[in-house]
Each structure stands twice: as structure tokens, then as C-alpha cells.
Design a protein around this ligand. Structure first.
Ligand code: SIN
Length: 318
């Protein structure tokens, strides 16, 4: 069900920039090294100061975390969702920008959209090169993200990278090195592009029902344990059995092609379902959905977004 919400009041002027780390805040000993750096080294204030065009904007910056996003964790997600929810409730706040690593950006974006479904813009941004690189991409991405957060009519959780605006529900990192490392799935394009600070929109902003940040436990141990398992040549069911006896609460299968599963996994998966553990199928293909899968809740999601969605559903059942 989709909700109708009020737009940001005219008085809303401030964009709050929340730093969580990532390559955008990464530093290397050499300006020519785009891969051997430490993510999450520089403060969010210093990232803002590095963009002179931001000096005239009404901004606040705060550091919530300083992580390489491969290490993003459930407790930080709970803290981030609560903080964003608090900041969005301030009438003077027009929108939020979150600086983040690219590696798990799609998971954080999906989570925040489902939990907050904000009527104001929440714009995640990132970089593929560290801030110390000769041609760092972070400053332009940050400037573009602030432009999107300031723009009229933008709503929902989106990501802005390399001049493109992606839906938080569709975003997928599909390249390990290129500056334009993101796509939208399944088979969806960007929502918009940012050109010299001006947004050219192609599709609607993400909307939905907010589950509320309080759904997310602050204690990481209270989150449901949901794993992703790939179906592949030579598949071996021992991992399913080990997870089941260790208390697994949900499983997402990254299936081959149009949602097919190796025969070796079929019986253990059926046993897991009989034991009451939800098992969702997704495709491990970078694009497309599981066509004809009427009863598969995650047929159109990536395995990573499906894992987040299944955790949210399990939390709602408590
Ligand atoms: C990270 O995800 O924090 C490191 C990689 C990146 O931001 O591109």
C-alpha cells in the first residue's frame, strides 16, 4: 500500500550530512593509488570542506560511524535509522545526505527506504576512489547529493553516484572498479540524472509505508539470523544442515537462472521449510527477475535486498 505524505514545508532549509565512512572518506599514502587505501579515514566535516561550492549552503554535518562498509553491521543500521528519523522530524531539515561505502550501499538504502519511507529526500552517496586520489569522485558525488537533497519535490531514499540517481529499493553495485558502479534491478534504469546541480527525472521517487526505525533492535544479537546461500556447480548441502542446527531463522537462496536450485540442495531446503524456517528464492543473475514465480516474495529482489526484507518481516512477526 502506498501512503500520501506532506512535502517538506517551505521553511525547511537545512541539509544534514551524516558520515558513516567508506571510500568517499578513504585516504591513501599515494595520490595515484585508487585501490590501496583505508576507507573511513577522513571526517565528514573534512569531506564537506573539500567542496568549496558547499560553503554557501545551509548544512549540518555529523559523524555517525567511520566504517569500511564491508563491516556495516545491524547495530549501526539501527542507530542510523533512528538518527535519520529524528533529523527528518525537524521542520527546518529539508533532507539528509548519508556518506557511505559503495560495497553495502544497496543494503543500507533498501533498509532505510523500507523502515523510513520518508516524505523528504534521504540521499546516500559514495565514491569509488579515495579522497586522496588525483581524480577523486567523492567531491562531485557529494555536491550532487546535496543538490538532490535540496531539490523541489524529491522524496524517499535514493542514492546519487556518478551523476545518476537510483531508487533505494532497486540499487545494485554491479562493478568493482568503475566510477559508475551501480545499476538498478530488475531491468530498471536510474530515476534521474543530476546535471550541473539540476535534476532531470525519468521515473517516480520511491514511496511506501514506513515500518518505523523502532522496529530495528539496537542490540545486534536481537536481529534475526538470515543467511544467503548460492546454488552453484557442485553444490553441497552441509552448510544448510550446519546453519539449521545452529539456529538459522531464515534463508535466501541465490538461485541459478530463473530461480532453479541444484538437486543437491532440494531435500535440505524442503526440510528447513518443514522445520518452519522461511526460505526465499532469488536469482543470482545480475539482472532480471524470477519469471512466473507467483508465490516467491523476493522474485524481483537481489539476494542482498531479499535478506534485508526477510529480516524485516521476521522482526514484524515478533
Ligand atoms: C566501502 O564500501 O566502504 C569501501 C569501498 C567503497 O566505498 O567503494
Amino acid at each position: 500500500m502506498q501512503s500520501q505524505r506532506k512535502r517538506a514545508p517551505e521553511s525547511a532549509q537545512i541539509v544534514v550530512i551524516i558520515g558513516t565512512g567508506g571510500t568517499i572518506a578513504g585516504a591513501s599514502g599515494s595520490a595515484t593509488d585508487n585501490i590501496g587505501y583505508k576507507a573511513g579515514s577522513l571526517s565528514v566535516e573534512s569531506l564537506v570542506k573539500a567542496v568549496p561550492a558547499l560553503a554557501s549552503r545551509a548544512l549540518e554535518a555529523e559523524q555517525l560511524a567511520q566504517l569500511d562498509s564491508k563491516d556495516m553491521d545491524h547495530a549501526t543500521w539501527a542507530k542510523l535509522a533512528r538518527r535519520v528519523e529524528e533529523q527528518l522530524a525537524r521542520p527546518e531539515v529539508r533532507g539528509i545526505v548519508i556518506t557511505h561505502g559503495t560495497d553495502t550501499l544497496e543494503e543500507t538504502a533498501y533498509l532505510l527506504q523500507r523502515v523510513l519511507a520518508p516524505s523528504k529526500p534521504v540521499v546516500l552517496t559514495a565514491a569509488m576512489r579515495p579522497a586522496t586520489a588525483i581524480q577523486a569522485d567523492g567531491p562531485q558525488n557529494l555536491l550532487d547529493a546535496v543538490s538532490v537533497a535540496n531539490a523541489e519535490g524529491v522524496r524517499g531514499v535514493v542514492a546519487v553516484v556518478a551523476g545518476q540517481v537510483w531508487s533505494g529499493l532497486e540499487l545494485r553495485k554491479t562493478h568493482s572498479y568503475r566510477l559508475d558502479a551501480f545499476e538498478a534491478g530488475p531491468d530498471a534504469g536510474p530515476l534521474a540524472v543530476v546535471e550541473e546541480g539540476v535534476i532531470r527525472r525519468f521515473r517516480d521517487w520511491p514511496i511506501g509505508e514506513a515500518l518505523g526505525a523502532s522496529l530495528l533492535p539496537q542490540d545486534a544479537a536481537q536481529w534475526p539470523w538470515v543467511e544467503v546461500l548460492g546454488s552453484h556447480a557442485g553444490a553441497d548441502a552441509r552448510s544448510i544442515e550446519a546453519w539449521r542446527s545452529a539456529g538459522l531463522q531464515g534463508l535466501v537462496l541465490a538461485c541459478t537462472g530463473n530461480g532453479t536450485l541444484s538437486q543437491a540442495l532440494e531435500q535440505p531446503v524442503a526440510a528447513l521449510k518443514r522445520a518452519g524456517v522461511p526460505v526465499w528464492r532469488t536469482t543470482r543473475c545480475a539482472q532480471g527477475r524470477i519469471v512466473g514465480a507467483v508465490d516467491e516474495p523476493a522474485a524481483a529482489l537481489s539476494p542482498w535486498a531479499a535478506r534485508v526484507e526477510l529480516m524485516l518481516q521476521l522482526l514484524q512477526r515478533r
